[in-house]
Every structure is written in C-alpha cells, then in structure tokens.
Design a protein around this ligand. Structure first.
Ligand SMILES: Nc1ncnc2c1ncn2[C@@H]1O[C@H](COP(=O)(O)OP(=O)(O)OP(=O)(O)O)[C@@H](O)[C@H]1O
Ligand SMILES: [Mg+2]
Length: 550
C-alpha cells in the first residue's frame, strides 16, 4: 500500500523511521541492558515500512538498519578480533529475515491488490448485471406491449373480417332477394293482367245470374278461386314492394300494442309476450295494416320457434340514430325506430338464416308455412325506407331487428281530398277508356256500360288524345292505363289536363310500375286504380273521381 505517493519521499520516510528505531533501541539498551538482541526495534520498523511504503523502501530500511546496527554493535574497525564472527552472523540473519519480511509484505500487498481488484470487478459486474437486468426488464416490457398491441390488432382485423363477411353475406342476400323481387313482380304483373278481366267479367255474370241456381254457384266458386289467386298475387306484391300503400303518419307504439293484444289472444297460452317500449318519437310514415303485418309475422315465427313448448317473446321498441357509415341495406342516415323481436327457441343454421327473406323459403311442413312471412316483412320494411336484419344461433334463438325512419312533421305536405258523401255507383257520364290490352278494354267497357255509362274505348294513347282534342267537352272522365306503348298514361294525363284541367282522370296501374298517390296527385290525377280491381271497386273509383271537386 503506497500511502506516500512519491518514491523519494517514501525512501526518506523509511530512513527517518529507521533512525527512530535506532534511537529507540539505544534508549532501550540503557534501560534494560545490552544483552537484548540488537535488532529488537528494527524488525517491526522494517515490517511496517515494507507493508506501508512498499517493497523498495522496506529493503532500503532493512539495509540502513543493518548498517546502523553493525556500526553501533561492531567494535570499531580494526578492533575486531579474529573469531568474533557472531556479529556478522547476526547481521546476516537480520538481513535474511528482513528480506523475508519484505517479501512477505510484498506478497501480502500483491494479494491485497488482487483481492481489491477482484472486488472492484465484482462490484462492476454487479452494476453491469443490474443494468442488464434493468435493460432486460425494459425490453421485456416493450415486447409485452408490442405483443399486446399485436393481439389487439389481430382481434381488430378478425372483427373487421367478420364484419366484412357479414356485409358481403347481406349484400349477396339483398341481391338474391332483389332478383327474386323483379321475378316475382314480373309474374304478378302477368297474373294480374289475366285476373283483371276474369274477376270483372265473373262479377258481371254473377250479378246477372239469379241467386241459388247451379250456374250461379259455379260462378261463385270460380270467383272465389280468382279472389284467392288475387290474394296470393297481393302477397307476392307485398314482398316485391309493388303493392299499393296508403302511407300516413302513424304512432308505431299504438299499432304495436294493438298487434300484441291480438297476438296474446291468438298465440298459444304457453307463449308469453314481454313488451319494452322506450321511445321519444314513435311516428313513422307508414301503412298501418302493413306495419301490423310486420309485427304479427315476426311474432308468429318466434312463437313457432318454440314448437309448442313454453317460451317468451321479447319485443323492444326504441329510437336510434343511424350514422352514414353504418347505413346498410340502402338506409339513409338519420333517426330510426328500432323494433326487435327476440326468442330463445330453436334458432337457425347459418344456411337457413341466409335464406329466410326469400319468398317461399320455409322449413315448416307442407300446409304449415308458405314461406312468405319474412319476405313480406322484408318487402314492407323496404317499402317504408327501412331495413330488417336477423341474428340467430342454432339451439339458442333468434333476434330480428326492424328499422323504420322516424317521421318528422316538417316532411308532411301531402293533402288529400276525400269526397264529402259516399259516391253513387251508377251514372250516365261519358268516359274515355284507354288500355293497350284488348281483353281488359272489353271487360271494363262491359262493366261500365252495365252501370249506365257511355264508354269510348281505345287501345292507343295518341288516338285517345286526338279523340279528346276533337271533343274536349264531351267527356266527363278519362281512365287510362299507366303502361302503354307509344304514350304512357302519365304523358296522356299531362296532355289531356293541359287541354282541360278540370277533367277527372283515373290512372290504372300494375304494381311493377308503381307510382305513389302523391305523385299521381301532383300530376292532377284523381284516382289510382290498382289492377286487378273488382267491378264494384271500379264503379266506386269512377263515381268518386266524378264527384270529387277540387
Ligand atoms: N324466429 C325464428 N326462429 C327460427 N327460425 C325462424 C324464425 N323466423 C323464421 N325462421 C325460419 O325462416 C323460415 C321462413 O320464415 P317465413 O316467416 O318467411 O316463412 P314461414 O314461417 O315458414 O311461413 P309463413 O310465415 O308463411 O307461415 C321459417 O320456415 C323458419 O325456418
Ligand atoms: Mg312465418
């Protein structure tokens, strides 16, 4: 341990310490006699110097000590007698021992240095290890955070994928339904055109036939079959959204409660209906009959899902707002009423769920279900500018959600004039009748003529316009078909109303070129006649159009 740093100082200090030892020894000799070993004070000093000041100063100190004791102990040079060699021997022993002590001190110093070096290294290692541990901890935390983010990202991606699959399935379903919709609409169009004259003529024949005859019974049977056919076509039309709708502002809540009362009495007693209403505004622009049909069809299905077991149908009505981003199935963003019908019945397999809105799709036995229930719901809801969705799991139950746009008063501008008194069904006025289908023309003409009207029947719009232009004041009413080649009923109406704005005009329409009452009224058209009408309906419409004054 080189406590004193400069080498020269160390040697000087060593020399001074040896001097002190020398004088101490001298003093001791006077006190305790000269028989003591001559190096008694030198040994500890050499030891201390070697240990404290280093190997060099140690050797140096032992050399001076040897010299001084030799000088002090030896008789003066020249007085040393032959044989007095024990002094020399003592000094050699002293030097040898001093050297050993120095060596021992040196070794001790080396070991001490080595130990402290190892300790320092150990401490540095410890610090490094601690730093490393900190680093590892930081890195682990960082990795864990990254891992968590990755898991979240994967979950998010899976959610997006699932959402995408759902939207794609919905799109495919919508496309399939729309294709069926066009197909059904087309069939219904042809069926109605065939049914129209059949019903009118049968009614005419039946009116002329005395009651109770076998002939009148047969005619009655055929007419009933035709009516059934008409009802079926109506169902198809409800699905394809081409049926005539009477849209008016209605309180959904009232319709819902009415429908539930009806269902409570008609469904089996084992089915409990729970109703939860939580709405601020429940007015929708809708057809009350159709809206109740939605509720009844959904609840009937939910009840069927319990297959004569006990069960609960949970119905909820609430307001919701659809954001542009979430607007699906052609819904616009805005305020909606949200009706949910939930059951915990059989539920559906995914392949069944994908087809539920298709017309004639049913899993119920023959005679138990027509498969039209949900397709009608779909058609009605779409016709009201809404959407319907389904969620279901086999064995767990199903949830149907219907969205209908909430009606705000500012949107309502329509004003409909209703006749003051019930119209008379007979008359003698002159009617211009236009339809491109010959057999329809002849049936209508016969029916109207039998009620006393004078009818000019034509199959072409241009011809009809010419006829009217030539004799504008002769006619009291015009009945025209909407779809005609050459000139449509609307074009004809516009031109005829230009000639005479007060002439009552009835537009007869099929469902696949639906025009709303509002639209028709905006053209000045008084009545819309939806084919196939019965004879009585036709007569009523004619009288109503003739007697309504604006
Ligand atoms: N709540 C429901 N739970 C389980 N399956 C349902 C549910 N609603 C509808 N379905 C399934 O969807 C099919 C079609 O339903 P939809 O109402 O269109 O016709 P239907 O009930 O079979 O016949 P209909 O309504 O004419 O009596 C049903 O046959 C049934 O398989
Ligand atoms: Mg059903």
């Amino acid at each position: 341990m080189a406590v004193v740093s400069h080498w020269l100082t160390r040697y000087v200090v060593a020399a001074i310490l040896v001097m002190i030892a020398f004088f101490s020894r001298h003093a001791l000799m006077h006190i305790i006699g000269g028989e003591l070993t001559p190096f008694i004070t030198f040994f500890p000093i050499v030891m201390v110097v070697a240990l404290v000041l280093g190997l060099g100063p140690g050797i140096f100190a032992s050399a001076i000590a040897a010299m001084m004791s030799a000088y002090y102990i030896f008789p003066p040079v020249g007085q040393l007698r032959y044989g007095e060699t024990s002094y020399i021997y003592n000094i050699i022993v002293f030097i040898g021992m001093s050297m050993l002590m120095c060596l021992f001190a040196w070794l001790y110093e080396r070991i001490r240095l080595r130990v402290s070096h190892l300790e320092a290294e150990h401490a540095a290692d410890k610090v490094r290890r601690e730093n490393l541990e900190g680093l590892v901890n930081d890195r682990t935390a960082e990795l864990e955070e990254k891992n968590r983010k990755l898991v979240e990202e994967i979950a998010e991606r899976e959610r997006t994928e699932a959402e995408k699959r759902k939207v794609e399935a919905q799109l495919a379903q919508t496309q399939r339904i729309e294709a069926l919709d066009r197909f059904a609409g087309g069939i219904a169009h042809d069926l109605n055109n065939i049914l129209y004259p059949i019903i009118i003529d049968l009614e005419g024949l039946l009116e002329d036939e005395p009651k109770g005859t076998a002939r009148s019974d047969i005619l009655d049977q055929i007419l009933k079959a035709a009516y059934r056919q008409r009802d079926l076509v109506k169902k198809i039309l409800s699905f394809s959204r081409r049926s005539e709708q009477v849209l008016e502002p209605v309180h959904f809540r009232v319709l819902l409660e009415d429908a539930i009362n009806f269902l409570r009495s008609s469904l089996p007693r084992t089915i409990e209906i729970q109703l939860h209403i939580n709405t601020q505004s429940d007015v929708v622009m809708g057809d009350p009959v159709q809206i109740q049909q939605i509720i009844i069809n959904l609840c009937q299905n939910a009840a069927d899902a319990y297959a004569s077991q006990k069960g609960t149908i949970e119905i909820r009505l609430a307001n919701t707002h659809i954001q542009p981003l979430y607007a699906y199935q052609g819904m616009r963003a805005g305020d909606y009423l949200k009706l949910t019908v939930k059951d915990t019945g059989t539920g559906m397999k995914p392949e069944v769920m994908a087809r539920v809105f298709e017309p004639f799709f049913t899993t119920k036995g023959i005679g138990k279900g027509t498969g039209m229930g949900l397709s009608i719901v779909h058609g009605i809801v779409k016709g009201h500018g809404g959407a319907v969705t389904v969620e279901s799991e086999e064995g767990k139950g199903s949830l149907f959600t219907v969205y209908l746009p909430v009606w705000h008063e500012s949107e309502y501008q329509r004003q409909v004039y209703h006749g003051e008194s019930a119209p008379q069904v007979k008359g003698s006025e002159k009617i211009l009748l236009v339809d491109d289908e010959e057999f329809i023309i002849s049936s209508l003409k016969r029916t109207l003529a039998s009620s006393g009207y004078r009818v000019v029947a034509l199959t072409d719009g241009h011809e009809a316009l010419k006829e009217f232009r030539d004799h504008p004041d002769e006619f009291d009413l015009v009945i025209a078909d909407l779809t005609m080649p050459g000139m449509t009923g609307i074009e004809l109406a516009r031109k005829i109303l230009e000639i005479r704005s007060d002439i009552p005009f009835i537009l007869s329409t099929g469902y696949n070129n639906i025009i709303s009452r509002q639209e028709a009224e905006s053209f000045g058209i008084r009545e819309l006649l939806l084919k196939p009408t019965g004879a009585q309906e036709l007569r009523n419409a004619v009288r109503s159009a003739l007697e309504t004054r604006y």
